[in-house]
Design a protein around this ligand. Structure first.
Ligand code: F6P
Length: 483
């Protein structure tokens, strides 16, 4: 743990950068955590931007009749945001289409759900070109540009075509699929080819990084030397850099009056029963159906535990314009109803299934009240809920994290969490029993191991590590053609 901490401190000692331009599909104006329900990535990016000058550019989330490129600037809690509206057709082809009907399922290993439409691919490129046209004039000579996630794979390339010679980095927040899975995508070679216009690409784990390199080397013929890939005259650095949470703020949040109130409310309503908590966007990749089945198996096999526990599943609806998301919602409604119908009693309901999001402080209190954090995605780039659950625990009496082997977070928290195969109802059921019976000493030891990581490799560490490599890649940027 000391070693972890020392290396984190060394990373943070280095010099700050000049101006940072973050570009992502969704721009979430920072809130004062008490009132807003920001996602993990949004919190991480606001924290990064609050430390430096610069701005955060992306889609406003709004739709307009005709795309105008008009930029709406706002300043909130020390962060400047610049957003543009998109057209209805953009929303359908880019966000609901290529991003969330094609790339998202494929990159989460669900080729059965992925749809391949040329209109989607065309709309995706069009929107990326629109973003490039709009943001290009905002970028000054010394700025560092950092593009986030699968909505914007070709944006770096589009900026280069518009003469942008700045250092441009890209970070992928979702898994990178194995080479032969990606080969299913009609535009795979073109898409990966675009990525060589970045100076640096970051992934959360070595596994995603290695899959990317496999594709670049075996399918495109790139040459690899360590973490440097070369394709023709373009050179790209790749790095595994796991994102963290703003741990200090989250620990503070877990001690706030709002958190204490939420904690009390949960404990009172639990009337002595153990709370198992899950918090996920309502997404098929999160393994919610499999989780409910695992919990059902536990109830079946352990009648003695039935009224001793309950599962609180918080699942705010997401991407409702995409059919697979409508389907998973219907499935979960049926499943939770069936399990509750079969097992509930007049004074106990086994699953509290809630379709709304909660602000961070309140969540922190709920996590702290939970004996088990159940985080079982079928595939996940990282999963910050796992880290937030750990950060919110009482050091003297912490809960147990049950974590999917297939979440990026397992590479960092595997030592302390109870790892499961999320497809196996039996493993989920067994893990719940192990967690409920785990003695306090073991819970403390496991929690300490996880917390050491969550503290050392927090969001500042992640941001600094990436931007240091990006700044160091300056020479490569100089050699790039200007158009
Ligand atoms: O972490 C992956 C991610 O797609 C982010 O890029 C995104 O902001 C978040 O999940 C929520 O998804 P959406 O923006 O589609 O609601």
């Amino acid at each position: 743990h000391d070693q972890l901490r020392r290396s984190a401190e060394q990373t943070l000692e280095r010099d700050p950068l000049s101006r940072l331009i973050i570009i992502s599909n969704r721009v979430s104006a920072p809130t004062d955590s008490k009132s807003g329900a920001q996602g993990g990535l949004a919190v991480a990016l606001s924290a990064a931007l609050r430390e430096y000058k610069g701005l955060w550019f992306g889609w406003s989330g709004e739709v307009t009749e005709k795309f105008s490129g008009h930029i709406n600037f706002q300043r909130n809690h020390g962060v400047t945001t610049a957003t543009v509206d998109l057209e209805e057709q953009d929303l359908e082809e880019y966000y609901n289409g290529y991003a969330n009907r094609t790339l998202w399922p494929l990159f989460h290993y669900r080729i059965d759900l992925a749809e391949y439409e040329r209109d989607f691919a065309g709309g995706y490129q069009r929107v990326n070109d629109r973003f490039a046209d709009t943001v290009r004039p905002l970028i000054e000579a010394d700025d560092i540009v950092w593009i986030q996630d699968y909505h914007m794979f070709p944006l770096g390339s589009a900026l280069r075509k518009r003469g942008c010679r700045n250092r441009i980095g890209f970070f992928l927040h979702i898994p990178w699929p194995p080479r032969r899975l990606l080969a299913v995508l009609p535009e795979a070679a073109e898409l990966v080819g675009h990525l060589f216009d970045y100076n640096v690409i970051g992934f959360h784990t070595d596994e995603w990084l290695e899959s990317f390199c496999d594709y670049a080397v075996d399918e495109l013929g790139a040459a690899r030397e360590g973490d440097t890939l070369t394709l023709g005259d373009r050179t790209l650095e790749v790095m595994a850099n796991p994102i963290g949470i703003d741990t200090t703020e989250f620990v503070e949040a877990s001690r706030s009056p709002t958190a204490r109130l939420a904690y009390r409310r949960m404990r009172d309503s639990a009337v002595g029963r153990d709370l198992i908590v899950g918090v996920d966007r309502l997404d098929y990749s999160k393994g919610l159906e499999e989780r409910f089945l695992g919990y059902e198996r536990f109830l079946q096999e352990h009648p003695e535990e039935r009224k001793e526990v309950f599962l609180l599943q918080i699942a705010p609806p997401s991407r409702g314009g995409v059919e697979s998301y409508q389907k998973i919602r219907t499935t979960l409604e049926g499943l939770s109803g069936r399990i509750n119908g079969a097992y509930a009693d007049v004074d106990w309901v086994p699953i509290r299934y809630v379709n709304q999001g909660y602000p961070r402080d309140q969540l922190a209190g709920i996590y702290r009240a939970a004996r088990i954090g159940l985080v079982t995605p079928l595939r996940d780039g990282m999963n910050l809920v796992a880290k937030e659950y750990v950060a919110a625990q009482d050091p003297e009496d912490p809960g147990v994290l049950i974590l999917s082997r297939f979440a990026g977070a397992a590479a960092q928290l595997g030592e302390g969490a109870v790892l499961v195969n999320p497809y196996s109802a039996e493993e989920i059921s067994d893990a719940i029993v192990v967690a409920l019976k785990m003695p306090r000493d073991e819970r403390i030891a496991r929690w300490r191991a996880m917390m050491a990581n969550v503290e050392a490799q927090d969001v500042r560490w992640w941001r600094k590590r990436f931007t240091d490599v990006l700044i160091g890649s300056g020479e490569a940027a100089e050699t790039l053609p200007s158009s």
